[in-house]
Design a protein around this ligand. Structure first.
Ligand code: COS
Length: 387
């Protein structure tokens, strides 16, 4: 159920203060050390951030998608590594359980995910299965009351910290493509499961991605989420929702970058006046402001439709496409407004410029979103629905 407006305003204010008082002052340290301080993680747990999307019945805050978006707009105003710390618990790591888990699975895992006691990861991508998510090769072979999982997953966010993985694996070797897949919950300490070293990345230091290998991992059949063969639908539904979350994050980061641009351009003088008074600089900021606001409006509309249980595949793809591309343009303009200073490593916009690049790639590239938008419009046209 949605929060009343006062409680909602208080929650947003609390998150804003956490971002301003705790996260922003630590951005450089987190980036340099490539790690998140334990006391910051403890504060995130205290605030309930690991459980914002999990219902109160299981110990979470039970926010609607709209409320989650408002919280994520705030969290976007600091390095995305902070949000990533609990982002998989809120989104792609937990949502298969939330949407498709049975009561026993939910009761066992969701309360621990909501508090952050258990960290979750979403293991779909493989060396040969990226954009073509239906081509997963990791296999799950039934053996009595277990499945035996063998295969390799790649670039799995938070795998280094995860206690629990949502894994997509092929249960039907004779059915190629999306229909032969099933979803599983796999515990980190399972025999045969190993996690690779964190990759060195372009940005978002403080949040890690690693390979996850399954070498004959025995998983009880009670750990299958949904029916055999439903894994692709599970993964796509999780990603539809996740795409609004990433879009909200993009808008939040755009907001921070606009604040950085306005602040710098108001102080920095050239040709005898602040550069914000030079029209060509003003245009860079004005375009950014208008585009960020458009992105925010798209997120709010999509989130409200999600909460009304309308089909959102088309809108989720269109929103992610626009918002992640938008923040890429805004980050580029922010560097431009800062001039040479924006290219120097101790400038926040230099870091954000690198951090936002992944947003156009993970949870579906821009080109995949374009493909989904095209397909959905075509499907509507064929069905005689208004486009
Ligand atoms: N929700 C529910 N079901 C969905 C769905 C969605 N959003 N999208 C597709 N499906 C269903 C389809 O309805 C279809 O079922 P039926 O055959 O019963 O009709 C089935 O899943 C297969 O769909 P489709 O034919 O569209 O699958 P494709 O393999 O052609 O491709 C795309 C689908 C490209 C959309 C998918 O592979 C994708 O999203 N790729 C990007 C993956 C990604 O985001 N990776 C990031 C890794 S996680 S960080």
């Amino acid at each position: 159920m949605a929060l009343d407006l006062d409680t909602r305003a208080q929650l947003i204010d609390t998150v804003r203060r956490f971002v301003e008082d705790v996260c922003i002052p630590l951005e450089e340290t987190v980036s340099q050390t490539n790690s998140m301080p334990d006391d910051v993680v403890a504060q995130m747990k205290e605030l309930g951030l690991f459980g914002i999307s999990i219902s109160e019945d299981y110990g979470g805050l039970g926010l609607t998608m709209e409320e989650e978006a408002l919280v994520v707009f705030e969290l976007g105003r600091t390095s995305p590594a902070f949000r990533s710390t609990f982002g998989t618990n809120v989104g792609i790591g937990s949502q298969a359980l939330v949407m498709f888990g049975n009561e026993d699975q939910k009761t066992e895992w969701l309360p621990k995910i909501a508090t952050g006691e258990v960290v979750t990861s979403f293991a779909l991508t493989e060396p040969e299965a990226g954009s073509d998510a239906g081509s997963v090769r990791t296999k799950a072979v039934r053996d009595g009351n277990h499945y035996v999982l063998t295969g390799a997953k790649r670039y799995i966010t938070n795998a280094d910290k995860a206690d629990l993985f949502t894994v997509m694996a092929r249960t039907d070797p004779d059915t190629p493509g999306p229909k032969g897949l099933s979803a599983f919950i796999v515990e980190r300490n399972s025999e045969g499961l190993s996690v690779g070293k964190p990759e060195k990345k372009m940005g978002q230091q403080g949040a890690n991605v690693c390979d996850v290998n399954f070498d004959g991992v025995r998983v009880p059949i009670t750990n299958r989420i949904g029916e055999e063969g439903e894994g692709f639908k599970v993964a796509m539904s999780v990603l539809d929702r996740g795409r609004f979350h990433i879009s909200a994050l993009s808008c939040g980061i755009a907001q921070r970058l606009i604040e950085e641009m306005v602040s710098y351009a108001s102080e920095r003088k050239q040709f005898g006046k602040p550069i914000i008074e030079h029209q060509l600089v003003t245009a860079l900021i004005a375009d950014s402001y208008a585009e960020a606001h458009a992105g925010r409006a798209m997120v709010m509309d999509g989130a409200q439709r999600f909460d009304r249980h309308e089909g959102v595949t088309l809108l989720a793809a269109a929103t992610k496409m626009f918002c992640t591309e938008m923040v890429g343009r805004v980050a580029d303009r922010a560097v431009q407004v800062h001039g040479g200073a924006g290219y120097i490593a101790d400038c926040a916009v230099e870091r954000f410029y690198r951090d936002v690049r992944i947003l156009r790639l993970y949870e579906g590239t821009t080109q995949i979103q374009q493909m989904i938008v095209g397909r959905e419009l075509h499907r509507k046209a064929k069905a005689g629905e208004p486009v």
